[in-house]
Design a protein around this ligand. Structure first.
Ligand code: PHE
Length: 343
């Protein structure tokens, strides 16, 4: 093709294309024209680019220069038209969007309220010198009952009140046990484990799960948590117990929390008490406590003539629920994120 003819073709096409872009009445018409003139597959631009190949070598620089002008001219006409029809670059600009507003924070997972409570309780008790101790959730009757002065025929060992397992015990320290195993019904098992392994003095807490076959309702769940406390030394008294619990309650629940002991019975403490805290104008029971029974000291090889001690067991869910105003224990274990996200 001659240079002259090529340039003439571009002139014609240019006025035709820019005219078509200028005349496009809506986005669809503009798009049709874009395909027709600028389309990558078979648009007019593509066609003239291919014609370049048949131009004489000497004329190519001139032709190429004109072709570039042609291309920019078509592109400019297209852009102007797009802008005019509201389909320009800035069409994504939303005038109601306020960049100064705070953004939406991505949600991050967090620790379960009971786990948060456990950390908090360990922190408070840690400040009073109590170290955290642990024991297994699958226990043998020696740790869960026998060493705690709960003999074979005691009603607390009833299979209806405990989760006995179908498998036989494998622990080597199931002294005189009958080979059965159960999910521990109380964290008092850890008292035995700690004393059996360590000489006095002892100052520990143990926070963990316990299991009892209760029907779930607002205040019962077959699995819950206890905070066990044990302090053994010389000359430990009930007054020490009361002080520790009162300092604890005041720290955890806030304000000055009066505490009250009511006489009770546990096989592993003597005397034994129920522990109430005064909270929101009510006396609320939070657990049991007492002075370690000499029979327990004997079971772990301590001399009850030389040492004395106190122990307590408080309900962790109850503490957490009172502090945060939760009224149904089942909410803690429903897995409902609408509930859990509030903590
Ligand atoms: N283990 C008792 C219970 O589960 C609580 C308790 C712990 C009582 C320590 C006295 C001493 O009810």
């Amino acid at each position: 093709m001659s240079l002259q003819k090529f340039l003439a073709t571009l002139d014609t096409l240019e006025s035709e294309a820019t005219g078509a872009f200028d005349a496009a009445a809506d986005a669809d018409a503009l798009e049709a024209n874009r395909v027709r003139y600028l389309g990558q597959k078979s648009g007019a631009l593509k066609e003239v680019q291919q014609q370049m190949g048949s131009i004489d070598k000497v004329d190519r620089p001139t032709a190429g220069k004109r072709l570039n002008q042609f291309k920019s001219s078509l592109q400019a006409a297209f852009d102007a038209s797009k802008e005019r029809l509201g389909g320009g670059e800035d069409s994504s600009f939303d005038p109601t969007f306020d960049p100064t507003l705070p953004g939406t924070r991505p949600r991050v997972g967090h620790v379960h309220p009971i786990t948060q409570t456990i950390s908090h309780l360990m922190e408070i008790m840690g400040r009073m010198g109590f170290e955290a101790a642990e024991g297994p959730e699958v226990e043998d009757p020696w740790h869960n009952f026998v060493a705690l002065n709960i003999p074979q025929d005691h009603p607390a060992r009833d299979p209806l009140d405990n989760f006995y397992l179908a498998t036989a015990a494998t622990n080597s320290d199931d002294q005189g046990g009958d080979g059965s195993q159960l999910l521990r019904s109380q964290t008092s098992t850890v008292q035995i484990r700690v004393m059996a392994q360590n000489p006095p003095p002892i100052r520990i807490i143990s926070l963990g799960r316990v299991y009892r076959p209760d029907d779930p309702d607002a205040t019962h769940f077959p699995m819950f948590h206890q905070m066990e406390g044990l302090l053994v030394d010389e000359h430990v008294t009930m007054a020490n117990l009361k002080t520790v619990l009162r300092v604890f309650a005041t720290n955890y629940l806030g304000g000055d929390v009066p505490i009250r002991f009511r006489p009770s019975f546990f096989p592993f403490t003597e005397p034994s008490v129920e522990v109430d805290f005064f909270w929101n104008d009510n006396w609320v029971e939070f657990g049991g406590a007492g002075m370690v029974d000499p029979a327990v000291f004997e079971a772990v090889g301590y001399d009850p003539e030389k040492v004395s001690g106190f122990a307590f067991g408080l309900g962790v869910e109850r503490l957490c629920m009172r502090r945060h105003g939760v009224t149904d224990i089942r909410d803690l274990y429903s897995g409902d994120l609408r509930f859990l996200r509030q903590f």
